[in-house]
Design a protein around this ligand. Sequence first.
Ligand SMILES: Cc1ncc(COP(=O)(O)O)c(C=O)c1O
Length: 409
Amino acid sequence: MARVHHEQRVGFGVEARSQWDLAPDLSFLNHGSFGAVPRVLQERATEARRAIERNPVEGVWRDGVTAIRASAEAVAGFLGADGDRTGFVSNATNGINAMLQSFPLEPGDEVLHLDQGYNAVWQSILMTARRRGIVPRKIEIPLPIDGPGDWIDAVERAITPRTKLLVLDQITSPTALVLPTRAIVEMAKSHGVETIVDGAHAPGMLDRPVADIGDPIAWTGNLHKWPCALRGTAVVVVRGDFEGRMKPTVISHHLDQSFTAEFDWQGTFDPAPWILAKEAIDFMDRFGGWGEVRRRNRDLAIEAHAMLVERLGVEPISPLDGSSLGFMATLPLPDRLQPAGGGSPLPSADPKSGPLEISVDPVQARLLEDHRIEIPVMYHGGRRFVRFSTHVYNEFAEYERLAAAIKVL
Ligand SMILES: Cc1ncc(COP(=O)(O)O)c(C=O)c1O
């Protein structure tokens, strides 16, 4: 993408942070979960919503649909996708559900998902099994990862003659690793297996993440993570031969009219977040554009990862040269902070009645309460990990404070 000139270049770190409403005493190292919306975009959302309310029928429908299409085209350009086959959804979870509902699957077909895949996506695969009789299977990926070959070999070993579909992360959630997506998609295709790519974290973190990934059947990714769009902004991209079969999770007026008609109108909703997606992407111009942002965030992640591994005396799960990292890194916590007997100390997800209870890991809670560091603690393979993020408003000293905080827990 061409480097964009911005009149007033804003510096990374503390200077950038003044563009967000993040609490002044908080170290925000979990951009990866729900993003963080810059103040100017919040203000633009208010303006856009007020403009819509001057005539809601105009704003939501007559003009709204046109604005949504223009925004989808712009987002497609940013992602390296074809605008005619790019449609908005509320989030990547929705995108994956839409694909699993649309894809032709027969009872007994195996659907593969990585053991490092996102739990909500696995639940969606389990629901597909209930509804359609498919056989869900997890692929075990041994850690540490040395390089791209580890992923390709593990996925290839898991493929059987019954395997029909692979649901593949482009960047994993608990382990924050960037996968060799194209090589895996092509290898799977050579065995007659189609791939759905879960690119939830890819927009912004990777340059044109939909271009050159081996032509998967469909792809989904969030704009409300790294591009800092208003929450509820994600897209699906579908391959040409599947365009007519790909349906939104909610069917509205325009069934079978066209992919764009079906996705651009999914019932009454607030169009402001989708209309403003392009403005979110352009927000990074003030830091020198996406190329600069990517280079700096990644360098910061690599440097902070190496420092934390050294100061905490833990084994990294990926090479220290950062070849598997984007804007996040996951590392195991020291042995004394591992859960006794392995496994998560959190309550199980067994069926129960009553409202949803949010359980926070005790280590995560102490980092927030005692040290004002917002950072996720993850479980994988019975071990406890911490995952930090790097974005334009972060600086190295925050990761040094994290190292010091973990040492005194
Ligand atoms: C790999 C992966 N897939 C899917 C999702 C779901 O994203 P959302 O909650 O926006 O639907 C996430 C969220 O972090 C993710 O990391």
